[in-house]
Design a protein around this ligand. Structure first.
Ligand code: ATP
Ligand code: SF4
Length: 322
């Protein structure tokens, strides 16, 4: 969704990811396209299982087995991340695109000091040992940590401090794009706010931030643009203000109506049923079994993406037939 612009930092085109399981192929991300500009702050929101994390991993060409990217392009600063050879890809991770995870323990080595681990990120990308050592104190300070923590081990830090360290590692090489996958879910409310402020400051330094979250209220406070995912597809994309005030897709409306402070209709409109099994998703519009506006065409044909306003897109037959 959205037209590629010259200043785009990230261009995703026709991206599809499958998990090849014994039960069948899980169509976790299906023909997803979007762009994000320099310093953009894009939120990818949707229910659990909609494919958000898989999309995040795919932006780094890091989908774990049995997952596989089966088609599409992920272009960052003109390079298609999905076409890079192993060595080039290793360099691109960190310098072009980096990721912050929900649980920093998954990225931190428990038996090595924080300083050693940050240093390695830099030396692996061609920065000399000396220079890396010199940069560590200011890098730690830039994420709100005292330089002396370089000598600490991950278990000696609080959850919030560990997340700051993983952000320091992610931004050590000033990547063009930072993917933050539920970065504050495991943290208390005060620390959550601090980490979100830190991510905001990273964006202000010129990095494009992709925030993946099931918490649409959090996205509403923070991001500039929103992509709404349902069953492996982006069903709506646009500026936050427009999508929140004037959602075009019935799923977005239903999602907003489930959050008290964001409700767009007078009455709560709970979403009936459950998200579909992505091994065998419903034909036509994947939302049709849960949509109270579903028409015959919705059950048979996939709705096309329609531009419903300036840089505001949605995929729903109600919009194509206006
Ligand atoms: P959550 O917020 O719960 O993490 P999500 O929106 O990030 O959900 P994904 O985790 O990307 O969604 O999952 C998308 C689909 O892919 C789901 O149907 C999920 O069951 C499936 N899936 C994810 N990881 C695997 C895996 N390793 N093997 C098989 N299927 C997987
Ligand atoms: Fe509902 Fe049809 Fe629109 Fe899908 S395409 S959201 S089923 S009206």
């Amino acid at each position: 969704m959205s037209d590629a612009r010259k200043e785009d930092a990230l261009v995703v085109e026709g991206l599809s990811v499958r998990y090849f399981t014994q039960k069948g192929e899980v169509k976790a991300v299906d023909n997803v396209s979007f762009t994000a500009g320099l310093s953009d702050y894009l939120g990818i929101v949707g229910e659990s299982g909609s494919g958000k994390s898989t999309l995040g991993y795919a932006l780094l060409n890091l989908v774990p087995p049995p997952g596989k990217i089966v088609s599409g392009k992920v272009i960052i600063r003109g390079k298609n991340i999905l076409k890079l050879q192993e060595e080039e890809l290793r360099k691109a991770r960190g310098s072009l695109v980096a990721m912050v995870f929900q649980d920093p323990f998954t990225t931190l080595d428990p038996v090595r000091t924080i300083g050693d681990q940050i240093k390695e990120v830099m030396t692996e990308h061609g920065i000399s040992e000396e220079e890396a050592k010199e940069r560590i104190p200011s890098l730690l300070e830039s994420v709100g940590l005292p330089a002396r923590l370089a000598k600490s081990y991950p278990h000696q830090l609080s959850g919030g401090q560990r997340q700051r360290v993983s952000i320091a590692m992610a931004i050590a090489l000033r990547p063009a794009v930072l993917v933050a996958d539920e970065p504050t879910t495991a943290l208390d409310v005060v620390v959550q706010r601090q980490i979100m402020d830190l991510i905001e400051s990273v964006r202000k330094m010129g990095t494009t931030v992709i925030l993946i979250t099931h918490d649409i209220a959090l996205a509403a406070q923070r991001v500039e643009r929103i992509a709404v995912m349902y069953a492996g597809k982006i069903v709506e994309y646009g500026s936050k203000d427009v999508v929140l005030r004037n959602p075009a897709h019935p799923y977005t409306r239903a999602l907003l109506n489930s959050v008290p402070g964001l409700r767009v209709s007078k009455w709560p409109e709970p979403i009936p049923g459950f998200p579909p099994n992505l091994i065998n998703p419903p034909p036509g519009c994947r939302f049709h079994p849960r949509c109270r506006h579903a028409m015959d065409v919705c059950k048979k044909e996939e709705p096309p993406v329609v531009e419903v306003g300036p840089n505001h897109y949605a995929a729903c037959w109600l919009l194509s037939r206006r």
